[in-house]
Ligand binder design. Structure first.
Ligand code: F6P
Length: 511
C-alpha cells in the first residue's frame, strides 16, 4: 500500500463525532477552522473570511490530510504550477493562468504583461470612439470563453449607471441566444468579440458567422472591420478574416476555464473600464500570493480541498452545493460547475491508472434566498448529505432600506445554523436530523477585487483537490467524443449509430 493509500485508509476509519460534539470538545474550534485572505496595503482594502467550523474537519483530520498533501507532493506540484513547469502532462504543457495575475515564471509574466498592454490600448481606443461609434458589444464564446465574462459582468455591471458600451454574452448555438442579443443592439453601433482559445469551436464560429451576416444585412459594409478576436490561435483568427490589429492573443498555456484573466476578459474591460479589470486581477493575485507562500496547515485553498475530500472521498457525498446570498453572484455556481467538473471529473490518475475512488462531486447551487424556497427541503430532510458553501457580502449591493440586506444575511447564517443544529420532534415528518455540514465564505464587499479573489481561490481549491487525488485538472478529453459524433452526423458521414439515435435523427428529419 502506498503512503497515500494508507493515510486515506486511516482517514476513513477516524471516529465521526457530530458537529455539536466537535464544538463542545474544542473551545478553540472556531479560530482553528477559520481564516482570512486580504488585499491592498496592509491587506486592509478588502478581505474574505472563510469558516469551515461547521464541517466535520477537526485537528485529527487536518493532521492526516496534511500528511496526505505531503505524500501527494503538494508543495512540488504547486511549484510546478507556479513556475511554468509541465502541470498538464497529458497535453505536455504548463498551466500559466496565474502569470496573467503577475505570479509565475519571469518569461510568462512578461508575456502576459505585454499582451495586457496590447489589450489595454485596444480597449482604450474603442472606449474613446477611435474605431467609430460603439454602443454595443456582442461577446461570442462558449464554456470558459463565456462563463467568466458573463459571471463578472453580472456581478460588476450593475454598479455602472449608464454603461458606455452595453455587453451581451452569447454562447449557445441555439439561435434564440444570438437573436435575443441582436434584438438588444443597433447593428450600426455594434462590435462583435469572437472569443475562442482554439478558434475552431463549432458553436462560436457558427454564431460569429451569423452575427457578421446580420451586420452585413443591416448595412454595415465591412463587418469584419467590427470584429475583435480573443484567442490563443491568432493565426486562425487572421485566416478567418479578423484584422491583425484587432486580434488579442493569449498564451496557449492558459486553459479555457482559467482564461478570464487573459484577453477573454476583454468584455469586462470594455464595459467597466481598464481599472476595474485590473482590480479583478489584483484580487486574484492576493490569493495567488497566499496560496504560494503559505504552508499546508494555514493554506486556505488546501483547507477547502480537505473539506471537499472529507465529504466526497470519505463520506461518499456525490454532490456539493454553492449558494450565493447575493444576486450579483447568480452565475457564480455555473462558473464553479465548469471549473470543478471539467477539471476534476476524471477516471484516471496522472500516470494513467484508474483512480481509486470518486473524483469531482457534482457542483450545483443557486442564489439565496430564492433557493431556500425551492431546494433546501432536500438539504434539511433529504436522505443524502450535501456539503454546502454559503457565500455572502457584509456590505450591501443595493441602496434600498437596510432591512433587505439584513434579512438576506440573517437567512444565510440561519440556514447554516439550522443544518447543523437540526431539531427533534415527536412527528418524524417535522424532525430535522441536523449534523449537516456547511462552510461560509463571507466577503467584506462584492467588488472587482473580491470577484478576482473568489475565482482564484476556487481555481486553487480545484487544483488542491486534484493533487490530493493524484489527477490532472488541466485536460478535458471527455468532452471530445460527443463533439466528434455531432460533426459526423452534421457532415452526413455518420453511419450505423445505435437504433435509438438513428430513430431520433429520423424523427427530427436529420437523416
Ligand atoms: O468543450 C470544452 C471546451 O474545450 C472548454 O474547455 C472550453 O472552455 C470551451 O470548450 C470553448 O473552447 P474554445 O475557447 O476553444 O472555443
Amino acid at each position: 500500500m502506498t503512503d497515500a493509500a494508507a493515510i486515506r485508509d486511516r482517514l476513513k476509519n477516524l471516529p465521526t463525532p457530530t458537529l455539536k460534539e466537535l464544538f463542545d470538545a474544542d473551545p478553540q474550534r472556531l479560530s482553528a477552522l477559520t481564516g482570512r485572505i486580504g488585499w491592498g496595503e496592509g491587506q486592509t482594502a478588502g478581505s474574505i473570511l472563510f469558516d469551515w467550523s461547521k464541517t466535520h474537519l477537526d485537528e485529527v483530520h487536518l493532521g492526516a490530510f496534511e500528511e496526505l498533501a505531503d505524500a501527494m507532493d503538494f508543495a512540488g506540484r504547486r511549484d510546478v504550477l507556479l513556475t511554468g513547469g509541465i502541470a498538464n502532462p497529458t497535453e505536455g504543457r504548463a498551466a500559466q493562468h496565474t502569470a496573467e495575475r503577475g505570479i509565475g515564471s519571469d518569461a510568462a509574466v512578461e508575456e502576459a504583461d505585454a499582451l495586457h498592454q496590447r489589450m489595454k490600448l485596444l480597449v482604450g481606443a474603442i472606449r474613446a470612439g477611435e474605431l467609430g461609434e460603439v454602443k454595443h458589444l456582442i461577446h461570442i464564446g462558449i464554456g470558459g470563453s463565456a462563463l467568466g465574462p458573463a459571471c463578472a459582468l453580472a456581478m460588476l455591471a450593475r454598479d455602472i449607471d449608464a454603461p458606455l458600451i452595453d455587453v451581451h454574452v452569447v454562447s449557445n448555438i441555439d439561435g434564440c441566444a444570438l437573436e435575443d442579443a441582436m434584438h438588444g443592439c443597433d447593428p450600426k453601433t455594434t462590435m462583435i468579440a469572437v472569443a475562442s482559445k482554439t478558434f475552431t469551436t463549432t458553436e462560436t464560429m457558427t454564431n460569429a458567422t451569423s452575427a457578421l451576416d446580420w451586420l452585413r444585412e443591416n448595412g454595415v459594409a465591412d463587418p469584419y472591420g467590427r470584429v475583435v478576436a480573443l484567442t490563443a490561435s491568432p493565426e486562425k483568427a487572421v485566416e478567418w478574416g479578423v484584422d491583425e490589429t484587432r486580434v488579442l492573443p493569449f498564451s496557449e498555456t492558459v486553459g479555457g476555464r482559467y482564461s478570464l484573466w487573459s484577453s477573454i476578459g476583454f468584455p469586462v474591460a470594455i464595459a467597466l473600464g481598464w481599472d476595474e479589470f485590473e482590480a479583478v486581477l489584483a484580487g486574484a493575485q492576493a490569493v495567488d500570493i497566499h496560496f504560494r507562500d503559505t504552508d499546508a496547515r494555514a493554506n486556505l485553498p488546501l483547507r477547502a480541498a480537505f473539506a471537499d475530500q472529507l465529504y466526497t472521498r470519505l463520506r461518499g457525498c456525490q454532490t456539493r452545493a454553492v449558494f450565493a446570498y447575493d444576486e450579483r453572484l447568480k452565475l457564480f455556481p455555473d462558473y464553479l460547475q465548469q471549473l470543478e467538473m471539467e477539471s476534476n471529473g476524471k477516471l484516471v490518475t496522472m500516470d494513467g491508472k484508474p483512480v481509486d475512488g470518486p473524483t469531482a462531486p457534482i457542483t450545483w447551487g443557486g442564489v439565496g434566498t430564492d433557493a431556500q424556497h425551492a431546494v433546501f427541503q432536500l438539504l434539511h430532510q433529504g436522505t443524502v448529505t450535501v456539503p454546502v458553501d454559503f457565500i455572502a457580502s457584509i456590505a450591501p449591493g443595493d441602496a434600498l432600506p437596510d432591512e433587505h440586506h439584513r434579512i438576506l444575511l440573517t437567512n444565510c447564517f440561519a440556514q447554516g445554523a439550522a443544518l447543523m443544529a437540526g431539531k427533534g420532534s415527536d412527528d418524524p415528518a417535522r424532525s430535522y436530523p441536523g449534523n449537516r455540514p456547511s462552510a461560509t465564505i463571507l466577503c467584506d464587499d462584492m467588488d472587482a477585487a473580491t470577484l478576482g479573489a473568489l475565482i482564484a481561490f476556487h481555481e486553487h481549491r480545484t487544483f488542491c483537490n486534484a493533487v490530493l487525488m493524484g489527477i490532472n485538472p488541466f485536460d478535458q478529453f471527455g468532452v471530445e467524443l460527443g463533439k466528434q459524433i455531432a460533426k459526423e452526423i452534421e457532415s452526413g458521414k455518420g453511419e450505423g449509430f445505435d437504433p435509438s439515435t438513428e430513430a431520433l435523427l429520423e424523427a427530427a428529419g436529420l437523416k
